[in-house]
Design a protein around this ligand. Structure first.
Ligand code: SF4
Ligand code: SF4
Length: 467
């Protein structure tokens, strides 16, 4: 819903500042000492400015690149440990009045089969997602005030309340509607900017309410005003130059922190994918895999306390490398079609209702096995939101380094719960070894003892234990 009286001044996305940062960065990147000084600053885990981050996007010396990647990995592990949080997207409706040229749901795509789940189907989807072992979802819907009013989204959230955390990705709206989402116990409100570059934004959004750049770009500020203090952002890489977008994304994060007191809780890094009714030939800015990994490493060192999310748009190999460089949350076993889970768990999407084609079609069990084999701890933790550790409370724990002491035991407890309820024999054997080894690494003796007690309680039938 649009209101012309609400905050929508997007002048903090200053095109001249972004361009001048990029010009300056090209020169600074030639100075090895200056680059190392930026890396040293990042090592303190206090983040970087968009101007400093721009320099890291420009370096082409292989040794400096290697140092950047090693630092990204070090920072990620220092803050979050080896846990990787898992989630599943839940697409509830694909009606849309917008014309986003990169999305299979766009209004002009007559080949798309339009569908909106009934409440009974929401129940079935929630059951199917829970049967996969998931505890956290990202609820997704197109924009259509007639077919998908906010009341419908709130009703879906209520029906899915057996899922422990529901993040919501819907269109930009008013402070009052954000207040209603907050009252309905939303987890994170996620809204991708898609592109910060105004002329590209206009080209990509030729019609519908989303074509209003100012309204869209200030949505997370209004969400915070409405009381939602965990907000997630992201650009869709491939729409415009990735260096411009990354610098703008960081400028945006700085503005959110300055204006609202809390920066973004998560930054997602979706990259353009093929979709029904979308011609990939029209997207010359698609970053290569190497460029994409550089983006992830730079965002990680520039915003160390922000969760970074990667979806099944990427192949298993890209996902593996991205985890090393900064990704802290991944989707698994995703269906991007409407009602896909209860119809075909573990099988490919029905193409006629899907937003994009997934590149990683492995089941959650296969993804978890892969994570364990690579030395990660799969986590279904939703504890912070349920303990009221949101917004600045979460940030103070993250900035003091204490969050890792909570993430690690919670990862072990939720992974154990998964193994008991859903793990294959092979994963159970592997996972128990991971848990036994990792529990001994918990630095606090008190937390270690409590974690062992709680692991034991889970074996005896307890559920949903967390710190
Ligand atoms: Fe609609 Fe969102 Fe797709 Fe745009 S990206 S067409 S708003 S569903
Ligand atoms: Fe996320 Fe908090 Fe759980 Fe860590 S403890 S995984 S930050 S919810």
């Amino acid at each position: 819903m649009y209101s012309k009286t609400e905050f929508q001044d997007s002048s903090f996305i200053d095109d001249a500042e972004i361009l001048s940062s990029l010009v300056e960065a090209k020169e600074t990147a030639k100075d090895v000492g200056a680059v190392r000084a930026i890396l040293d600053k990042a090592r303190s885990c206090n983040g970087l400015t968009h101007r400093e981050a721009a320099v890291l996007l420009e370096i082409d010396d292989p040794q400096l690149e290697h140092e950047l990647y090693a630092l990204a990995k070090e920072i990620k592990e220092r803050i979050y440990g080896r846990r990787i949080v898992l989630f599943a997207p839940l697409y509830v409706a694909n009606h849309c009045i917008n014309g986003c040229v990169y999305c299979g749901f766009h209004a002009g795509n007559n080949a798309m089969c339009r569908k909106k789940l009934t409440m009974e189907e929401i129940d079935q989807e929630a059951d199917a997602i829970l049967a996969l072992g998931h505890k956290r979802i990202a609820m997704e819907a197109g924009e259509d005030p007639v077919n998908i009013p906010l009341d419908y989204i709130i009703e879906c959230m209520k029906r899915g309340d057996s899922i422990r955390r529901i993040n919501v990705n819907i269109a930009a709206t008013t402070v009052e509607e954000y207040r209603r989402l907050k009252a309905a116990e939303i987890g994170t409100f996620i809204l991708f900017q898609e592109t910060f570059h105004r002329p590209t934004y206009a080209k990509m959004h030729p019609k519908g309410p989303k074509s209003n750049y100012d309204w869209h770009t200030t949505a997370l500020h209004r969400a915070q005003e409405g009381g939602i203090d965990d907000v997630g952002t992201g650009v869709l890489y491939g729409l415009y130059d990735y260096k411009y977008e990354t610098v703008a994304q960081l400028l945006y994060a700085e503005s959110l922190e300055k204006m609202c007191g809390v920066g973004p809780h998560t930054i997602s890094v979706p990259r353009m994918r093929e979709a029904e009714g979308v011609d990939m030939e029209k997207f010359p800015y698609l970053p290569t895999d190497e460029q994409f990994l550089r983006i992830i490493a730079v965002i990680r060192v520039a915003t160390p306390y922000t969760g970074m999310i990667l979806s099944t748009r990427e192949t298993p190999e890209t996902r593996r490398r991205a985890l090393d460089l900064g990704i802290s949350q991944v989707s698994a076993g995703s269906c991007t079609g409407i009602g896909g889970y209860h119809k075909e768990i573990g099988q490919p999407e029905q193409p006629d209702t899907a937003q994009f084609k997934v590149s990683d079609e492995r089941t959650p069990d296969e993804v978890l096995t892969w994570l364990c084999e690579d030395g990660y701890i799969p986590s279904y933790c939703t504890a912070c939101y349920r303990q009221g550790r949101t917004g600045d409370r979460f940030m103070s724990l993250a900035k003091s380094g204490q969050i890792r002491n909570i993430c690690q035991p919670n990862a072990l407890l939720t992974f154990k719960e998964y193994l008991i309820g859903y793990g294959s024999d092979h994963l159970k054997e592997l996972g128990e070894k991971v848990i036994a080894g990792e529990v001994e690494k918990i630095p606090s003796d008190k937390i270690k003892t409590l974690t062992k007690e709680r692991l034991h309680k889970l074996e005896e039938g307890a559920q949903d234990l967390y710190f």
